[in-house]
Design a protein around this ligand. Structure first.
Ligand code: NAP
Length: 247
């Protein structure tokens, strides 16, 4: 039974693994037995220390997704069969004022880099005829509009769509593609909301679980989606939101 959830012998690449949700996912996948490549624009020393403490193994892979094609060469010569696309940014401004620079920066990291990194991963796996799993980190704003984050909302709706098309195309190759839609998780991504007493209270009042989420709340679902227990789960977006969308 426990083997159903084991990731022993697998190598996972987690983007944006040096902080927040990505860090929690990297540590959890390593705890389940995967060797974890922590892909980001700076060394993931804290994450690697936590992985080590959990008895796992990992390494930093430096890559900056501000260049949306930067993931092209990540999989050459590496036997990676699990990909977690977690790196993401948010830029806030009223839609009437939203600038092209902010639009392009958000779309490049959150959507274009995610697609071309996943394309490279899929190409490598299909060439090797090996099964694998992709887990995309989507958002409640894959379903809802949000406020003052037009590029982020567009990018995360796009992530949900890409999850479905890639699932359709790659199911015959035994590659599952799923997404997680985190609710409101206390990380630097939501610092502006946490610091705004009115928004913070309004958000908390609507969460049935009665608390903001913790990065660790997302990690178990990611580990499940990477595991053999989820081999017939593909094309889904799983809400991990303390009940927010049910309300
Ligand atoms: P976070 O703490 O700000 O982490 C974001 C991660 O993405 C960091 O590791 C960051 O690296 C990395 N990243 C950003 N730009 C990058 C680039 N150009 N190249 C490489 N890595 C880059 O925020 P988080 O909340 O954990 O966010 C993780 C994911 O969850 C994002 O996709 C976010 O949209 C999504 N999400 C978060 C929430 C929430 O409530 N927190 C809700 C829904 C979805 P640096 O440290 O170098 O910046």
């Amino acid at each position: 039974m426990s083997d159903l959830f084991s990731l022993k012998g697998r190598t996972a690449l987690v983007t944006g693994a040096n902080a927040g949700i990505g860090q929690a996912i990297a540590v959890t996948l390593a705890g389940q037995g995967a060797h974890v490549l922590c892909a980001g624009r700076r060394a993931s020393d804290d994450t690697l220390a936590a992985i080590d403490a959990a008895g796992g193994t990992g390494e930093t892979v430096l890559v900056d997704f501000a260049d949306p094609m930067a993931g092209r060469d990540l999989f050459a010569g590496r036997d990676v069969s699990l990909l977690v696309n977690n790196a993401g940014i948010i830029r806030r401004a009223d839609s009437v004022d939203y600038g092209e620079d902010d639009w392009d920066a958000v779309m490049d990291v959150n959507l274009k880099a995610l697609f071309f990194t996943t394309q490279a991963f899929g190409r490598a796996l299909i060439a090797r005829e090996e099964p694998g799993a992709v887990v995309n980190i989507a958002s409640l704003l894959s379903f809802q509009g949000g406020i003052r984050v037009p590029a982020y909302t567009a990018s995360k709706h796009g992530v949900a769509g890409l999850t479905k098309i890639l699932a359709n195309e790659w199911a015959p190759h035994r590659i599952t593609v799923n997404a997680i839609a985190p609710g409101y998780i206390a990380t630097s991504n939501t610092q502006a909301l946490q610091d705004d007493p009115a928004r913070s209270t309004a958000i908390l009042d609507r969460i049935p679980a009665g608390r903001w989420g913790d990065p660790g709340d997302i990690a178990g679902t990611a580990a499940f989606l990477c595991s053999g227990a989820a081999s017939y789960v593909t094309g889904t977006v799983i809400n991990v939101d303390g009940g927010w969308l049910a309300r």
